[in-house]
Write a protein that binds this ligand. Structure first.
Ligand code: R5P
Length: 281
């Protein structure tokens, strides 16, 4: 087996290759004068493991080209972060189910797919090949345990992330709950833990994705209003679009951490070991 990656997943791919003890294929990436992507891979193998997050449209095209370049019957594709996953249904007439469109395109030409905390597991069937969705919840739980926080309360920002938060909390034996929104008036909404009290507690808000940071920033402000002592946040996929990191700091978040599914300065835990274990199982 050899490992190969898109430009945006080089560090994670090197970690996976290192963990597996297999070679990492060098790839030259460039563009044609009109902006089209071009790539040329080094010596390939009959058994290829491609690692490519899709943070944007360029990465998506690079991944399609890489799949084509591998040109062998055993191509396993790891998509650590997949953009478009949140448009997982047709919310309004005339819209695409973008998650399905992207999954279909990436599933064509590979024999197996691995995702990491995909936003909506229901889309996995659209790849058209066997898929395993790996979870970093235990790794985030272990990271939080290592910080030595005082009896932290793990909170999901909504019910949709409650199961993920439970997985994080279970790893450290922490209390867990999710935030519930109550509409107070036309303009104002209150977010508070459904069962537990945040007063005098250290809170860690955990989510699969932080994009604009709006969800976590609002939750943090409300938790401080309810007497929380300190608020931290930890996510799998740190998209951090449009000043999100600064927004979170301004909302009083003590520490922001994410995984290396998207390589960021605040990547504190890696998906590499889970990926390596899954592909050797
Ligand atoms: C949505 O359901 C996701 O789990 C995240 O909560 C959401 O994508 C976060 O977005 P933002 O950071 O833009 O508030």
């Amino acid at each position: 087996m050899k490992v190969i990656s898109t430009e945006s997943s080089q560090v994670l791919a090197a970690r996976v290759a290192g963990s597996l003890g297999v070679p990492l294929v060098e790839v030259k990436y460039s563009r044609f004068p009109d902006g089209e992507h071009y790539l040329k891979a080094g010596a390939l193998d009959d058994d290829m493991l491609i690692i490519g997050s899709v943070p944007d449209n360029d990465a998506f095209v690079q991944l399609l080209l890489l799949i084509d370049a591998c040109d062998t019957s055993r191509i396993r594709l790891v998509i650590p972060y997949m953009a478009y996953a949140r448009q997982d249904k047709r919310f309004n007439p005339g819209e695409p189910v973008s998650a399905r469109a992207v999954s279909r395109a990436l599933g064509a030409g590979v024999s197996e797919v691995f995702t990491v905390n995909i936003h909506e597991p229901a889309v996995l069937g659209s790849f058209g090949v066997p898929v395993q969705n790996l979870s970093l919840a235990p790794d985030i739980g272990a990271y939080i345990s290592g910080k030595g926080l005082d009896n932290p309360l793990i909170l999901a920002p909504d019910e949709g992330a409650a199961c993920f938060a439970e997985g994080v909390a279970a790893a450290g034996g922490f209390d867990c709950d999710h935030l519930e929104k109550t509409r107070l008036s036309g303009e104002s909404v209150r977010m508070a833990p459904k069962r537990l009290d945040a007063a005098s507690r250290t809170v860690v808000i955990v989510d699969d994705i932080i994009s604009t940071g709006g969800t976590i920033a609002t939750a943090s402000q409300m938790l401080y209003d309810q007497g929380a002592t300190e608020v931290y946040t930890a996510c799998v996929h740190g998209v951090f679009t449009g000043g999100a990191y600064a927004r979170l700091i301004a909302a009083g978040i003590r520490e922001i951490s994410s995984s290396d599914t998207l390589e960021r300065g605040c990547s504190r835990y890696t998906a590499a070991e889970r990926i390596a274990a899954a592909v050797t199982r």
